[in-house]
Design a binder for this molecule. Structure first.
Ligand code: AHM
Ligand code: MG
Length: 339
């Protein structure tokens, strides 16, 4: 952090950014500010999870067939509540809900919001970092209520994306297409301060993040790539170290700061079409936007740029390879048969 940036709150950063766009109406700033309020509420609950009644399951199953954790439920409601009458959002999609979520009639705004309220929630009960991921698009249909199609836009059309990581500190990382900026929550005053201005991902990392327990389900290209990163080669810094938390936000955040590559490929355990485990709209696409803005890259394991995929449904899954640009380029070579 430079002396110049010390003490810059996220609200001031958002307003400064808005000032450099005279045509801006302030709606995007308003939407980001509302999200930040929700994030602070969720952060407070996450910190209390061990003391309160927030560990464990709600007892229901979400659209993905996963057990809903109590904090999933809390975070989902906290975001929906803030958005319902803020006037900046027309329709939402959440990992926790099967259908598009309308806002209160008469409060439709000009943006759409897709979010994963509590990413990595299977880690909550064991005190491991979790996060909230968000993706914002313009509502192409002019904000008509419950317009699911407005949500089905490629990552390339995002106007903003980011995440909040609830870790050893709570951090907000976001982009509006003008670089990536990170803010750390000072819990004593409840304010996010600029701590990581203009984050750049190292072109090459020293970590690979993958669930190696899935090896038997991988295709050959994936196995060959993982063998490659484990081979010794002084020049390229191999073997890489393995780091896998099992919270996408936390694995991505580490690689964003230190450099590295995260892979969740298609496999025979998740035989969806198109295959993969992670969701395009509220996991892969927003993180791809951040990666690109920080100098990194995100692709599928069949040669597509994540940012260019046209979604065909709200909960579409994609294979995801994301991280330092050179590492993703090399992985692409394996997946496209060039290596
Ligand atoms: P979720 O917790 O929002 O359902 O997200 C899925 C999580 C990601 O955070 C993480 O990268 C991945 O699932 C881990 O999957 P696995 O346990 O199969 O390695
Ligand atoms: Mg998730």
């Amino acid at each position: 952090m430079t002396n110049d940036s010390y003490g810059i709150t996220v609200s001031r950063n958002i307003i400064d950014r808005q000032r450099s766009h005279p045509e801006a109406t302030g709606d995007l700033s308003g939407l980001l500010s509302e999200l930040i309020v929700a994030a602070k509420t969720i952060s407070a609950e996450v910190n209390m999870a061990g003391l309160g009644d927030f560990m464990g399951m709600v007892g229901t199953t979400n659209i993905q067939g996963e057990k809903v954790q109590k904090l999933d439920d809390f975070a989902n409601s906290a975001i929906k509540r803030r958005m319902a009458r803020c006037g900046f959002v027309s329709v939402m999609a959440s990992e926790e809900e099967a259908d598009a979520i309308p806002v209160v009639e008469g409060y439709e705004g000009k943006y759409t919001l897709a979010f994963d309220p509590m990413d990595g929630s299977s880690n909550i009960d064991v005190n491991v970092s979790v996060g909230t991921i968000f993706s914002i698009h313009r509502a192409i249909n002019g904000g008509s209520p419950n317009a699911e199609n407005d949500l089905l836009q490629p990552g390339r059309k995002q106007v903003a994306a980011g995440y909040i990581i609830y870790g050893s500190s709570t951090m907000l990382v976001y982009t509006t297409g003008e670089g990536v900026h990170g803010f750390t929550l000072d819990p004593t005053v409840g304010e996010f301060y600029l701590s990581h201005p203009d984050i750049k991902m190292p072109a090459r990392g020293k970590y690979f993040s993958v669930n190696e327990g899935n090896t038997i389900y991988w295709k050959d290209e994936m196995s060959r790539y993982v063998e490659f990163v484990k081979q010794a080669d002084k020049g390229s810094g191999r073997p890489y170290s393995a780091r896998y938390i099992g919270s996408l936000v936390a694995d991505f955040h580490r690689n964003l700061i230190t450099g590295g590559v995260f892979l969740y490929p298609s496999d025979t355990k998740n035989p969806n079409k198109p295959a993969g485990k992670l969701r395009l709209l509220y996991e892969a696409a927003p993180l791809a936007f951040i990666a690109e803005q920080a100098g990194g890259r995100a692709i599928t394991d069949d040669g597509r740029e994540i940012m260019d995929i046209e979604p065909d449904c709200l909960h579409q899954r994609v294979p995801l390879i994301i991280g330092s640009r050179d590492d993703v380029d090399i992985a692409e070579g394996f997946f496209t048969g060039k290596r």
